[in-house]
Design a protein around this ligand. Structure first.
Ligand SMILES: *Cc1c(COP(=O)(O)O)cnc(C)c1O
Length: 395
């Protein structure tokens, strides 16, 4: 049985006709740049995230970049972030001539550890740190309550890298009520990616910045379009960071299915958990399966509040590279997110100094993402777990 890590065909099939019609409508409108679908998608994502403003941009990377540009981050400045993320999180800091400072991760959630963040902020006597950039890795929010407390104590803006976490929830009082708030709505701004493998994926690149603050929204909107307002009058230097009308039209159709897809991923995650227990793997080989850690503190009663949207379902094993080879040889797609901690990336050069980040380094050596996409069937999951069991019977 061949099981890909992600099967976009399965998702496309039922939507193909509707998407085709929407694409044809945009083609016929000839409004390819900043067309009405961009504005409509912005309003829909703002409402979905429980914030007032959303600005469509060209990618998740550009969403992060434009937020740091709006904050004026530049040479000599530092930005605190997690060492365990996709490269873009650190890349945008470096591109602006600033320096990343890494707070090691929590070994269970793989997200920035607020205690390490506190230590770093306390040691910043020269006030070089200009922003905090937590990532909601794999679709689960970082522990934002203590992070936001530290941010307010040190008067620092927080930009959420929610590229993998659109729709993820975290306990808190917000515009949506019900004791939870959505990823991207807690900091000064949140950044989403519509890369095809994200839970809300386009058919190409795209991204979105969401925020509450009207002045910050205005800045991001200006920077997205070369800092021009009105046209050809440039009050600042921005870039071309626009979202295509075509992508917006496609994403609007997919957005209507997003909650259903999150629910299916969550159900698949639960099922993996059961299958691992039944197979004895939980005590025997597996060092860790994903834990939805905020589930119990929701205070919303039912315990069924969505927090982790499982953009990735990541297990932790000692024999990671061997298991990866075994599963791939059996036609099971799996992948390492991410094999190198950011502080050890070659592009940082020999002069870059980071203190030891043992939790991030250990994660880079042990994590393995398994197929979790919404259309995955029980039989497929049973097959994945069976093959993992076969691997451990051999070793
Ligand atoms: C995907 C991703 C990005 C970048 O998004 P793009 O749309 O690919 O530019 C940034 N940060 C994280 C954590 C991501 O997973």
């Amino acid at each position: 049985m061949n099981i890909p890590l992600l099967d976009l065909h399965a998702q496309l099939h039922p939507l193909r006709e509707e998407i085709g019609l929407a694409v044809a409508r945009v083609i016929d409108s000839a409004q390819y740049i900043q067309g009405p679908d961009v504005m409509a998608l912005e309003a829909e994502i703002a409402a979905y995230s429980g914030v007032e403003h959303a600005i469509g941009v060209s990618s998740g990377t550009d969403a992060l970049l434009v937020c740091l540009m709006a904050l004026g981050v530049g040479p000599g400045d530092q930005v605190v972030t997690t060492p365990y993320s996709f490269f873009a999180t650190m890349g945008v800091i470096l591109r602006l001539g600033a320096e990343p400072v890494f707070a090691d991760i929590d070994p269970v959630t793989y997200n920035l550890n607020p205690e390490r963040l506190g230590e770093i902020l306390a040691a910043d006597s020269g006030h070089r740190i200009k922003a905090i950039l937590p990532v909601h890795l794999y679709g689960q929010c970082a522990d934002m309550t203590p992070i936001m407390q530290l941010a307010s104590e040190y008067c620092l803006p927080v930009i959420e890298d929610a590229a993998q976490a659109i729709g993820a929830q975290y306990p808190g009082a917000g515009a949506l009520g019900q004791g939870w708030v959505r990823a991207g709505s807690m900091g000064l701004a949140g950044c989403f990616s519509f890369f095809p493998s994200k839970n809300l994926g386009g058919m190409g690149d795209g991204g979105m910045v969401v925020c509450r603050d009207p002045e910050f929204a205005r800045q991001v909107r200006l920077l997205r379009n070369h800092g021009a307002e009105p046209k050809y009058y440039h009050s600042m230097v921005g870039g071309n960071f626009r979202l295509d009308t075509l992508q917006a039209a496609i994403l609007r159709i997919k957005l209507r299915h997003l909650e259903k897809w999150h629910a299916a991923r969550r159900a698949n995650a639960r099922r993996y958990g059961q299958l691992f227990v039944e197979s004895g793997l939980s005590e025997n080989g597996l060092l860790g399966v994903p834990a939805a850690v905020y589930e119990d503190v929701a205070g919303s009663g039912g315990g069924d509040v969505n927090y982790h949207i499982y953009n990735q379902y990541v297990i932790r094993v000692k024999e990671r590279d061997e298991l990866l080879c075994h599963l791939q040889s059996r036609g099971i797609g799996c992948e390492i997110y991410y094999p190198v901690s950011l502080h050890q990336q070659q592009c940082l050069g020999p002069d870059f100094k980071a203190s030891a980040l043992p939790c991030s380094e250990e994660a880079a050596a042990q994590t393995l993402a398994l197929p979790i996409y919404p259309e995955l069937t029980r039989e497929m999951q049973e097959h994945v777990v069976r093959e993992i069991a076969v691997f451990y019977q051999r070793t």
